[in-house]
Design a protein around this ligand. Sequence first.
Ligand SMILES: NC(=O)c1ccc[n+]([C@@H]2O[C@H](COP(=O)([O-])OP(=O)(O)OC[C@H]3O[C@@H](n4cnc5c(N)ncnc54)[C@H](OP(=O)(O)O)[C@@H]3O)[C@@H](O)[C@H]2O)c1
Length: 303
Amino acid sequence: MRTLNTKDGLSLSELSLGCMNLPIDDKAESEKIIETALDAGINYFDTADLYQFGENERLVGEILEKYRSRYDFLIGTKVGNQFDAKNREKTAWNPSASYIKEAVKDSLRRLGVSELDLYQLHGGTIEDNKDETIQAFEDLKQEGTIRSYGISSIRMNVIDYYKKHSAIATLMMQFNPIDNRPLEVTDGLSGIRPLARGPVMKGLLSDKASSVLEKKFDEGVLDYSKDELEETVDALAAINRDLTALSYAFLRKNGAVIVNGVSSLRQLEDNLASYGRTEDLTDDGYNSILEAVKILKYGEHRI
Ligand SMILES: NC(=O)c1ccc[n+]([C@@H]2O[C@H](COP(=O)([O-])OP(=O)(O)OC[C@H]3O[C@@H](n4cnc5c(N)ncnc54)[C@H](OP(=O)(O)O)[C@@H]3O)[C@@H](O)[C@H]2O)c1
């Protein structure tokens, strides 16, 4: 498994595990997924306080703890969405320093760790007091509560601000050949590592493309109607029948850490097999992918 470094020294496996869709009610299957991931060399596990209102962090922390003596791994989580765990509802967007400094303690407790490897702001708006948020992350880094911080955002204006005024090491965005809006930002990231969520576009970029198209994309997506999406998937499959490997190769060319979510062991095994078949694209190979898709841009939140 290849690794990719962040500018502040984290070494993340190129293929990482998004934990949001783990089968939370099936602990045994979740454990098999995490153990298989570790065995395959995956070392980065991405969760968030909001996922299942704290339960995802609890599950991931509990399982990983069992493997701590055998494997080195990194955990990333996210903050900013205040929630009511009892009523299982999101209550507010809160990027204030006081909230972040309290919420990190809850995440550490649920994950069962004393330090977080990567702490990400789970969104954000241009109206936030961003300097206060940045200072909170800096303080947590300074005191050794977190090793590194980043943001998860698809807002150009927010990304631009954090790029210029903070030491974020990572930027998470949905990123794959179809949702290629991040191409707008990846060129000018000056050392910030892109973390690609949604690399298989909910399964559309897998060997289940036809059924996923019917089940999840009946209305189309982004600038694509359902028919256009089907044509585009066919065009991509003509380049590489293994659509997952094609997406991974596209993301590799962009230097992205591929944060793939799965809800079953079988999906992880399929994704690992595709990772094994992932090639380094030539410029011509990369351009043929770009020619098969629409080149999209982020529409809102630009100024
Ligand atoms: N705003 C944010 O910061 C944010 C938002 C979303 C996600 N994330 C993070 O990014 C991670 C990945 O994102 P994601 O889960 O949205 O996207 P993803 O990795 O593209 O999609 C995961 C889903 O795709 C399907 N899938 C995966 N592998 C498959 C395969 N081989 N064959 C068929 N279907 C397959 C599964 O859907 P089914 O379960 O329906 O079968 C799985 O739950 C998350 O786990 C989370 O850690 C962050």
